[in-house]
Design a protein. Structure first.
Length: 200
């Protein structure tokens, strides 16, 4: 159960920023005993994987702060964030199930699918809200929201690894935020529609 919560939290974090949870897991596995990656996932803690992840994270942080460019970046990340969510969910679940035969250990594809779905849902909410934020604030709100998203991704990643029992609360807050943003997006779009002409 805790492994599933860890995977869920990291996948949700990947929906906000694909590289933050990856680097959190990779660095903890490389330099501490908190995370032990199983066979087939050891490459995540290699120097080259951490280096590439750090470069991609830097690019993501910069591009996501630039209005209009952030929308293009989100479109590209549509393929990357869910994939990273699936990878991290599978890796952390497999790490927790070492030497144990459980249903999720016997069906690793379930972890991948769950990670992709969770990360994809969070990414979809983020991608839908950003153009509205940029439009409503003439681009000034984008960098602020992006910084909050990066902070949320870091916090969610750390909670998922160190205190997975609190992931349920964190995911509840994130779900509430995404619903709130979706309602704001809907209201904003309705307010921009020209009034319909009913005729004489």
């Amino acid at each position: 159960m805790l492994a599933a919560l860890t995977g869920m939290g990291l996948s949700a974090a990947a929906g906000l920023n694909a590289y933050i949870p990856f680097l959190v897991v990779a660095l903890l596995a490389r330099f501490t005993d908190v995370v032990t990656l199983p066979s087939g996932y050891e490459w995540m803690e290699s120097g080259w994987a951490i280096g590439v992840g750090a470069v991609l994270l830097l690019a993501e942080v910069v591009l996501d702060k630039v209005p209009a460019v952030d929308t293009v970046n989100d479109a590209i990340q549509t393929f990357i964030r869910p994939s990273m969510g699936g990878l991290i969910f599978a890796a952390t679940t497999a790490a927790a199930e070492i030497d144990r035969s459980t249903w999720m250990a016997d069906h690793p594809w379930v972890s991948v699918v769950l990670g992709v779905v969770i990360s994809g849902l969070v990414h979809t909410g983020k991608m839908a809200a950003r153009p509205v934020v940029n439009g409503a604030t003439v681009g000034f709100g984008g960098p602020v929201v992006s910084t909050v998203e990066d902070g949320a991704s870091i916090g969610l990643s750390v909670i998922a690894v160190l205190a997975p029992v609190f992931v349920v609360v964190a995911l509840g807050l994130l779900a509430w935020l995404l619903v709130w943003m979706w309602l704001r997006v809907r209201d904003w779009r309705r307010s921009r529609r020209p009034p319909s002409y009913a005729g004489p």
